[in-house]
Ligand binder design. Structure first.
Ligand SMILES: Cc1cc2nc3c(=O)[nH]c(=O)nc-3n(C[C@H](O)[C@H](O)[C@H](O)COP(=O)(O)OP(=O)(O)OC[C@H]3O[C@@H](n4cnc5c(N)ncnc54)[C@H](O)[C@@H]3O)c2cc1C
Length: 421
């Protein structure tokens, strides 16, 4: 049994702490904020509805580490299989196909573009494994020009808040150059990916995990030091020694803590840019287009500042008054930030029948999403080798952008490390 400190009570830190505890270690989590979850937290609005701080839902596939974690925590899930999603392209909203029949009828791709997808199991062998591509190039090599240029840009922009041409394929583990499998064949074998939410919101996952961990809140770790065979972690009124310490924080926060321990890793982590975005919550009356829908994502060419819009009310128990609650994602590169009138006029281009809003609130998700550029992933892998025994960085950016990737990443990290029983 080892005495272990996990710095950060986000989904990365809590998952790692829970797993390490199951393996019999004495684990403490230290969190600078006053609540667990990091970006994965659910608040209530004044009408008893939910407001998510970060993710609204996650991809859950049977048998994956995330699925097993949810089962072991006995968290009931609400699945959103029936809800439509749209992509805004060529000035209109086009439904994302939900099955093969819809796929062949969809105007999103030409017949040639659709057929090209089915060549992936034969052509992926010819992708140059020695070369790191941008995410857009990697998607094009696998699925052809149309998927890469019409379909993927909106999806990537919606998840990473930057165009696929500006990030490395390593940003999405599934497109990583080390992934030497046919993605189409794998997804056919797996069946369709289910989008799901814990029944009380995403924060239920981190709350339940937190209830199984020992957490010290309102304490920011500012110094790490190795002396007399132990790691010493200190904050303003905190000092404790451990056998091992795991940093489950964003890269730039880890960089500060590692400055004197590993200058190379610290500088590599400091160079990882994080994108900020504005989130606008608004309430409207029933809207036919968005009824039974998760909302839409826009192709980057379609709007100066709108990334897309999520229908939060679709995830809540049936609302008899049919109130529509939107969460609109806005690029934060705009200064000053667009006001509600600008956002509403932009939304009207896509939803001409959207009613004026009864309530709106704009907040900024500061340095929210890592933007991994070409060359950074190999640099991270090399620089991580500098870390002395008993210290590691396991923040979300190391494993991928989503909750599913993080839980998978922590699972394979545990299997590789010498910590697992
Ligand atoms: C707006 C938004 C929407 C998203 N949507 C989705 C989605 O739909 N689906 C999906 O799967 N993913 C989504 N994500 C991504 C996902 O939420 C994040 O990848 C994930 O939550 C990151 O978790 P983490 O634990 O690595 O980091 P964080 O959540 O950043 O947690 C790190 C924690 O460490 C603490 N900390 C930092 N430094 C210190 C220190 N020195 N001492 C003590 N504590 C410290 C912080 O306070 C924080 O609580 C979204 C993210 C955002 C921002």
């Amino acid at each position: 049994m080892k005495k272990i400190l996990v710095i950060g009570a986000g989904i990365s830190g809590l998952t790692a702490a829970y797993r390490l505890r199951l393996d019999g270690h004495d684990v403490t989590v230290v969190e600078s904020g006053n609540a667990p979850g990091g970006w994965v937290q659910t608040d209530q609005d004044s009408h008893g509805g939910r407001i998510e701080k970060g993710p609204q839902l996650m991809a859950v596939e049977a048998g994956t580490p995330l699925h097993l974690l949810l089962c072991s925590l006995e968290i009931p899930l609400t699945t959103h299989r029936h809800l439509s999603r749209f992509i805004g392209i060529d000035g209109r909203l086009i439904r994302v196909p939900r099955n093969l029949l819809e796929f062949f009828k969809s105007p999103l791709l030409t017949l040639q573009g659709k057929l090209r997808i089915f060549l992936e199991p034969f052509l992926y062998h010819f992708v140059d494994k020695g070369r790191e591509y941008t995410l857009q190039e990697a998607i094009e090599k696998r699925f052809g020009f149309e998927v890469a240029n019409r379909l993927a840009p909106a999806l990537v922009n919606g998840i990473l808040a930057v165009p696929a041409s500006e990030v490395s394929q390593e940003s999405f583990p599934v497109f990583s150059k080390s992934n030497d499998r046919s993605l189409l064949w794998e997804s056919i074998k797996r069946g369709s990916t289910i989008l799901a939410t814990p029944s009380r919101g995403m924060g239920q996952l981190t709350q339940v995990l937190a209830s199984k961990c020992t957490i010290v809140f309102n304490t920011e770790i500012t110094t790490l030091e190795y002396r007399q065979q132990h790691w010493h972690a200190s904050g303003a009124s905190y000092h404790e020694k451990f056998d091992s310490i795991f940093l489950a924080t964003a890269a730039h926060k880890a960089a500060t803590l590692l400055t004197s321990i590993s200058p190379r890793l610290s500088s590599v982590l400091r160079n990882i840019e994080y994108t900020s975005l504005h989130l606008c919550h608004s309430t409207h009356s029933y809207n036919k287009t968005l009824d039974d829908s998760l909302g839409f994502l826009l192709h980057p060419n379609e709007s100066e500042f709108l990334l897309g819009c999520f229908v939060s009310s679709s995830l809540e128990p049936l609302d008899k008054s049919k109130t529509l609650k939107l969460r609109t994602f806005i690029k934060a590169n705009q200064s000053p930030a667009p006001n509600w009138q600008d956002i509403y006029s932009e939304l009207l281009k896509w939803l001409p029948d959207l009613s004026p809003c009864a309530f709106s609130r704009i907040e900024t998700a500061q340095l929210a999403i890592p933007k991994l550029q070409l060359g950074q992933s190999p640099e991270i892998i090399t620089a991580l080798k500098d870390l002395p025994m008993g210290l590691d960085w396991i923040g979300g950016a190391r494993f991928g952008p989503g909750v599913k990737d993080i839980v998978e990443g922590i699972d394979s990290w545990m299997k590789r490390s010498d910590l697992e029983a």
